[in-house]
Design a protein around this ligand. Structure first.
Ligand code: FUB
Length: 322
């Protein structure tokens, strides 16, 4: 106990010297941030966010880059700069459209799936970038969109191909989930840059966006934003493709912003949900702030309703803090 306390004091002191944020919620007090994506790798948590940079009276998203933070204890977050900007995708418009992204690791490489605006096929699209390190830099892995608006015809809107949620199962098979209004998924080939089979539509009520697949104790959890303004809901299933059983709402709607966008991880024996609200001073619809809460699964594997807190999680120093 004493050892842990002195380790934490040392981490905090080192953090102050290195400009590390000692975070309560919102987690990243210097920037407006949104759409968290999280990766646990080699004892570290890597948190990728979109950088909201709209003016106070802005009427739309202005997102020029994704940014990366890392932590070995869920409390002290190191700013790792911007690992990728939309301009990495030459086929995209690439100016202010660093919308939601997600990341996975396969065979020693890191794959970053990101929503951008397509330059020649009207509408949002999903690209994939790759790096040898979680901190990037990431480069376009295909040179073209993995998903463009002309590939999916169920929703008559230009923004239905957004919010990639990538999941790699223990056997190495990866899946990409995405969508707005209509939830879609496809299997990924081992190269992670092409689909292995058709795009499948998952028929469900009140799906808005932000599908996120994770696995805990052998159960697959598909969480997502429901309704608009959004709340976070989830389903469980026996496989990455269902069949899905609706389980309920785990986080309530935000007060000052209609979106909420979650990511869920296990780290160092505990479970966490990242999300965004608009609680930084000056925050709002297009000036959001990422936050995180610790939670514990119920004995039957369900996720409890999780309240947003000001304090955030207690420090949980993992082996990489040593
Ligand atoms: O950040 C732009 C969009 O807002 C995301 O793609 C959605 O999930 C919502 O958070």
């Amino acid at each position: 106990m004493k050892n842990n306390a002195s380790k934490l004091a040392a981490i905090a002191a080192a953090g102050m010297l290195a400009g590390v944020a000692q975070a309560a919620n919102p987690l990243l007090p210097k920037l407006y941030t949104a759409d968290p994506a999280a990766l646990v790798d080699n004892g570290m948590v890597y948190l990728y966010v979109g950088h909201d940079s709209a003016e106070p009276a802005g009427k739309d998203y202005v997102m020029k880059e994704w940014r990366l933070y890392s932590s070995c204890d869920m409390k002290n977050w190191t700013d790792r700069g911007s690992p990728i900007q939309p301009s990495a995708f030459k086929w995209a418009i690439g100016k202010v459209d660093a919308w939601a992204a997600d990341i996975t690791k396969r065979d020693g490489k890191y794959y970053f799936y990101a929503t951008v605006d397509h330059a020649s096929i009207p509408g949002r699209a999903i690209g994939v970038a790759v790096s040898d390190k979680p901190e990037g830099p990431f480069v376009d892995a295909r040179g073209s969109a993995l998903v463009s608006n002309d590939m999916t015809l169920e929703a008559p809107i230009a923004w239905d191909d957004i919010d990639p949620g990538v999941f790699t199962d223990d056997n190495g098979q990866a899946y990409l989930y995405w969508g707005n209004t209509v939830l879609k998924y496809a299997k990924l080939k081992a190269n992670m840059t092409e689909f292995d089979g058709p795009i499948v539509t998952v028929g469900m009520d009140r799906f808005t966006e932000a599908p996120y697949l994770h696995k805990h104790n052998g159960t697959y959890y598909l969480s997502y934003s429901r309704d608009f303004p959004e709340e976070t809901a989830y389903m469980t299933g026996p496989s990455p493709t269902g069949p899905w059983h609706y389980r309920g709402v785990i986080m309530a709607k935000n007060a000052k912003v209609k979106t909420i966008h979650q990511a869920i991880i296990d780290f160092n024996g505990k479970s966490y949900i990242f999300y965004h609200n608009a609680k930084l001073p000056g925050g709002g619809e297009f000036r959001r702030s990422v936050a995180v809460e610790e939670f514990a699964y119920n004995a039957d594997g369900t996720i409890p309703f999780i309240k947003q807190t000001r304090e955030g999680p207690a420090a949980n120093p993992g082996p990489a803090c040593k």
